[in-house]
Design a protein around this ligand. Sequence first.
Ligand code: SF4
Length: 321
Amino acid sequence: MATLIDTAQNIRPKPALRHPEKANRPDTEVLRKPSWIRVKAPTSKGYAETRKIVKDKGLVTVCEEAGCPNIGECWEKSHATFMILGEICTRACAFCNVATGLPQEVDAYEPKKIAEAVEEMGLKHVVITSVDRDDLSDGGAQHFVDVIEAIRARSPKTTIEILTPDFLRKDGAAETVIDARPDVFNHNLETVPRLYLSIRPGARYFHSLRLLERVKERDPSQFTKSGLMVGLGETKEEVMQVMDDMRSAGIDFLTIGQYLQPTRKHAAVKRFVTPEEFKAYETIARAKGFLVVSSSPLTRSSYHADSDFAKLQAARQAQHA
Ligand code: SF4
């Protein structure tokens, strides 16, 4: 069971170094971004309003923590992806900008605060993700459930998408979350199996794949979703093999986006995949039977998640018609 606290004062301050485990790594070369990666500075009124709600409620978003390039576009439309269970991750993936280290205590008021924000922002669809919490006996599963239930109590019409950690070595955790019946269960495979040891060393490819398969086995009505970053040195054939693995696990929705290097200490971008290649991946993935595919340089797991959820529903209806 997760340890809960009931006073904000007990929350541990942020560490000075975001990635202490990477501090002594040699710098990697940062490739100049091509023209198709550039994004506008976030300056809109809608962006400012979303930012105010997030700050006023003391919430954490992956949009900010991961340095997402789409923040201007998404926040203008109130589409923020909330990150629960603190700002410190217990893994140290080579691609991720979320801070790592000793995690914070779980904020018992977080489900209520997120539910209030969802209501205030009038969200039709919300995405909830979290840091990895290997330190908690249930990996944070019950906290996911508490957040889902709090949102449902205040905004019963809002559809809920969760983007979870892998719950590796947390028996029963995935089932706890599945049984809360989120509308979309997302877990990213992130990269091809050959690159796991260097890019996602704390995770196991087949465990992640199996997690999504277990969702479908336990509750076939839930949509499953997974994503890949490209530009890390994978081959086209390896990406196609992952697509086949995903389809074997019954995954409905595939996202593919360009990996962007957060700092010189992170894994290097091997190359920028062209928009035409993303289009080709989309065509191949559709042919392999995914209900929805989002494949573009700036695609991220939660990018356009609300409109893509409507596409998922429509695609399933068409399939059953
Ligand atoms: S794509 Fe996702 S993480 Fe990035 S800004 Fe949009 S909602 Fe946030």
